[in-house]
Design a protein around this ligand. Structure first.
Ligand SMILES: CC(C)(COP(=O)(O)OP(=O)(O)OC[C@H]1O[C@@H](n2cnc3c(N)ncnc32)[C@H](O)[C@@H]1OP(=O)(O)O)[C@@H](O)C(=O)NCCC(=O)NCCS
Length: 175
């Protein structure tokens, strides 16, 4: 395990090394009373699609640290395909941010529509659940640079929010 962990630390990787696409079919068990995909099921698929990207980047065990910016713009009906496209935007010391875009696809016409996007953060961990380093992210285009900088800003805001939440939770447990 130690050898595998140290190897993961050495090499940097590009964005295209971990880009992934996952496709699901909306079956009756996945739908609400209106015959559309359940939000919770879609959130589960988004988390999986993002985790595949993060794991391909670091090739280490990972945990989901946060999911944000998720909106459901239009319903996805029974019998449609759900196409989830994931791309890494940022790699820090042990954390990675991944954007997942969700498209519905009509199986008869092939027409695709963007229905959701979300930003997910994953942290690579060892067997005890402690954060471990991930490979740096090589940025080869202006767009990748921009995505990285924007992700860094979100990370700062997220950590500030977490700090507030942690101090509130410490105060609550004292009272
Ligand atoms: C995510 C987790 C491993 C971070 O552990 P921690 O001891 O707080 O780690 P640190 O404060 O040293 O932060 C480690 C990294 O995680 C990032 N991080 C911590 N909390 C985060 C959050 N809520 N969202 C995004 N990133 C976060 C930090 O920015 C840091 O990134 P960096 O190494 O790239 O700079 C820990 O909070 C955890 O295990 N959470 C539960 C995860 C889980 O169970 N997920 C399943 C769904 S609930």
């Amino acid at each position: 395990m130690a050898k595998r962990l140290s190897r993961a630390r050495v090499f940097s990787k590009g964005v295209s090394d971990s880009v992934s696409e996952m496709v699901q079919l909306v079956l009756p068990n996945d739908t609400n009373v209106l015959g559309n995909l359940l939000g919770g099921t879609l959130m589960h698929w988004i988390d999986l699609a993002g985790a595949i990207v993060a794991n391909r980047h670091c090739r280490l065990p990972i945990v989901t640290a946060s999911m944000e910016g998720l909106d459901f713009m239009s319903p996805i009906p029974l019998g449609y395909l759900v196409v989830l496209k994931g791309k890494i935007l940022y790699a820090g010391t042990s954390s990675m941010e991944v954007r997942v875009e969700v498209y519905s696809e009509d199986t008869l016409s092939g027409k695709r529509r963007l229905t959701s996007t979300a930003f997910l953060s994953y942290v690579a961990v060892d067997r005890e659940g402690r954060p471990v380093p991930v490979p740096p992210l090589d940025l080869s285009t202006d767009e990748e640079q921009k995505n990285f900088q924007e992700a860094e800003k979100r990370k700062k805001q997220r950590l500030a929010k977490m700090k507030k939440l942690k101090s509130r939770s410490a105060n609550d447990s004292e009272s």
